[in-house]
Design a protein around this ligand. Structure first.
Ligand code: SF4
Ligand code: SF4
Length: 330
C-alpha cells in the first residue's frame, strides 16, 4: 500500500517517525494489486475506473522472494540496519502467502516494514513470528464513512475493527515495532483528525497525519506543467490542500528516494517508489549500476527540475496536533 511514500510529504513527524525517511531502506512490492480505489493514487485510480494496471504478476512467488533476498544481501543492498518495505503500489496483506513471506524474511535475518489499508487481514498460523517487522503503517483516508466513501471505498467500521485486531494479533505474535496510522489529510477530513488521534491513543499507537498528494507520476507531472484535465483539476481544488502539500516546488539537484532500490512483484527493478520505469531484472542490478542509472536518468533530471523530490520535505513545519485541535468539532 503506497505512500505512499512511500511517496507522501510529511508533516511535523515525531523523531521516531522521521527515521522512516532517513533510515536505510528499500522498497520491495510483494503484490502488484490493491483492493482500494483511492482517486489520487495510480493503483486506486485504475481500480476505480476498471483500467488494467499493466503489471504481469499479481503476487510474488515465495521462492523468487527468497532468492531475491539472498541476492540483495550478497550485493550488500541489504545490510543489518536496512529495512525492507514490503510495499509500494500494492497491498501486502493480500498476498495469499503473506505469513510465509514474513517467515522467510525472518529466516534470512531481514528487517521488514509494512503498509496496509487494513481492509483484509492475512491468515496467520499459530507459529507466526512478527518480531522482525519494524513498523506497520496503516493508511486511513479520514475517520468517517463519508471520507471512506470518497477515497478508499471501504466499510469504515470494518476498518476500525480490523485495525484493532491487527494491532493485538501482531503484538501477540512478538511484534515490538511501531504502528502508525497514516492519516491522509484532505480538505474534507480535517475535522476528523482529532477522532483519529483519540482512536490511536486507545491502542497505544501513533497517529501521523500526512497531506494527501497526487500519487501518480504522470498526473503529478501534468499538474506541475499545467496540462492536467479540467475535471481532475477541479477535484484537486475540492479535495487536496495543494498549498501545503504540493505548493512551491523549486528545482533541486538531489533526491532522497534515488538511493533506495525499488523492486516490483515481478522481480524487476523500477526507477523509484514513484516512477515505474523498468530498470531490468533485479539479479542483474548492482549498487554501482543502480547509482549510475539514476545519475544518467533523463526522467530523474526532469523530475528534479520540476522539484518533485522536495515533496518529501514539504510541510514539515505544520504542527498537525494543533491543526487537529483547531478543526475539532465543538
Ligand atoms: S490503499 Fe494505497 S496502494 Fe491502494 S489504492 Fe489507496 S493509496 Fe493506492
Ligand atoms: S528524481 Fe528520480 S528517483 Fe527521485 S523521485 Fe524523481 S524519478 Fe524518482
Amino acid at each position: 500500500m503506497k505512500i505512499q511514500v512511500n511517496f507522501m510529504p510529511t508533516a511535523a513527524p515525531p523523531s521516531s517517525t522521521f527515521s522512516q525517511y532517513t533510515e536505510k531502506h528499500l522498497a520491495f512490492d510483494i503484490c502488484n494489486v490493491c483492493n482500494a480505489q483511492c482517486y489520487y493514487c495510480q493503483t486506486g485510480f485504475c481500480n476505480r475506473n476498471k483500467i488494467p494496471c499493466g503489471k504481469k504478476e499479481k503476487f510474488i512467488e515465495v521462492s523468487l522472494f527468497e532468492r531475491i533476498l539472498r541476492y540483495l544481501k550478497e550485493q550488500r543492498f541489504v545490510e543489518a540496519d536496512t529495512k525492507i518495505h514490503l510495499y509500494n503500489w500494492g497491498e501486502p496483506m493480500l498476498h495469499p502467502e503473506f505469513a510465509k513471506i514474513i517467515e522467510i524474511s525472518k529466516k534470512e535475518n531481514c528487517l521488514v516494514a509494512l503498509s496496509t489499508n487494513a481492509a483484509v487481514l492475512p491468515k496467520l498460523p499459530d507459529t507466526f513470528d512478527a518480531s522482525n517487522i519494524g513498523f506497520v503503517k496503516i493508511s486511513m483516508c479520514g475517520f468517517s464513512q463519508a471520507s471512506y466513501d470518497k477515497i478508499h471505498r471501504f466499510d469504515f467500521e470494518r476498518i476500525k475493527e480490523n485495525i484493532e485486531i491487527l494491532v493485538h494479533t501482531f503484538r501477540q505474535h512478538g511484534f515490538v515495532g511501531e504502528f502508525y496510522i497514516y492519516f491522509h489529510v484532505y480538505q474534507f477530513n480535517l475535522h476528523e483528525l482529532q477522532a483519529a488521534y483519540d482512536f490511536a491513543k486507545t491502542l497505544s499507537i501513533t497517529c501521523h497525519p500526512v497531506f494527501a498528494v497526487i500519487n501518480d507520476w504522470e498526473k503529478l507531472k501534468d499538474y506541475l506543467q499545467n496540462t492536467l484535465s479540467t475535471e481532475y483539476l477541479n477535484n484537486i481544488a475540492r479535495d487536496l490542500l495543494t498549498g501545503v502539500g504540493m505548493g512551491n516546488l523549486k528545482p533541486t539537484n538531489r533526491c532522497p528516494m534515488a538511493p533506495n532500490l525499488t523492486i516490483d512483484a515481478d522481480g524487476r527493478c523500477v526507477l523509484c517508489c514513484l516512477v515505474d520505469e523498468d530498470l531490468g531484472n533485479v539479479f542483474e542490478m548492482t549498487p554501482e549500476k543502480w547509482q549510475r542509472l539514476h545519475h544518467e536518468s533523463a526522467t530523474c533530471r526532469e523530475c528534479m527540475q520540476l522539484g518533485i523530490p522536495r515533496l518529501e520535505f514539504n510541510a514539515m513545519t505544520v504542527d498537525m496536533e494543533r491543526l487537529a485541535q483547531a478543526f475539532a468539532p465543538r
